[in-house]
Design a protein around this ligand. Structure first.
Ligand SMILES: C[S@@+](CC[C@H](N)C(=O)[O-])C[C@H]1O[C@@H](n2cnc3c(N)ncnc32)[C@H](O)[C@@H]1O
Length: 210
């Protein structure tokens, strides 16, 4: 059970898809910001594409109890959803360990337990990917140099037995470059998704299947 309850009408929190996520203005987040160094690779808020990724996972859920690795997990919105609503064993991976206090705060509020690993995508090896069923990441392909890094990671993951890779993005060039490379090399497709909750958002999802 969560140790702190966030009221449903608290305007500094988002209740959506069965999880609760705090906005930057919430006092618990403000305290972390005051006390700790600021995350430095854009892991400084919850990004919108993660909601669309949750919807896709809800539509086509992985088997209960399987392992989902949340790539570039940031504050952990996707990790919360996967652990709480889909009963996944979740590993949150991020290069920036400054995001983990935010993720663990959300884990406490949502009453789930998430394993975290400070790791760069390029350092995720076959051994640690071999236990993973779903590899998923929201808003993680935002620089040109991330395109080959993520392409190689997807290739390694499929070789290691990962069943499905899902990457959501609001429509940046490096993401489309990645999607193009994946469409040539793997069983993959891109679908556009929209939502109106918790706010209006559009994202493309790259879906790669073994
Ligand atoms: C735009 S944020 C998205 C955070 C989260 N997925 C969300 O939807 O709220 C990108 C995240 O990817 C992480 N990241 C960026 N490059 C990375 C790399 N090469 N390896 C691992 N994590 C990386 C950042 O630290 C950051 O937390």
């Amino acid at each position: 059970m969560p140790s702190v309850r966030i009221a449903r009408d608290d305007p500094r929190a988002i209740h959506s898809r069965g999880i609760v996520i705090l906005k930057p203005a919430h006092p618990l987040i403000r305290k972390l910001k005051r006390d700790l160094p600021t995350p430095c690779i854009h892991g400084d808020k919850v990004w919108d594409s993660s909601w669309l990724l949750m919807d896709e996972l809800r539509r086509n859920p992985p088997p209960v109890g399987a392992t989902l690795m949340d790539l570039g997990c940031g504050w952990g919105p996707l990790s919360m959803f996967a652990a709480k609503r889909l009963k996944q064993q979740v590993i949150g991976v991020d290069a920036d360990d400054g995001v983990f206090p935010y993720l663990h705060l959300h884990a406490e509020l949502n009453g789930v337990s998430i394993e975290t690993r400070q790791r760069r995508f390029e350092k995720l090896g076959g051994k640690e990917l071999s236990s993973v069923s779903t590899l998923a990441g929201a808003d993680i392909c935002f620089w040109d140099e991330l395109t080959p890094v993520l392409f190689n990671l997807i290739r390694r993951s499929l070789k290691s037995g990962v069943r499905r890779v899902l990457i959501a993005d609001p429509g940046r060039d490096p993401f489309y470059q990645l999607a193009e490379r994946c469409e040539k090399a793997f069983n993959s497709r891109v679908v556009e998704r929209t939502t109106s909750t918790p706010k209006a958002a559009v994202a493309d999802l790259l879906i790669v299947e073994a």
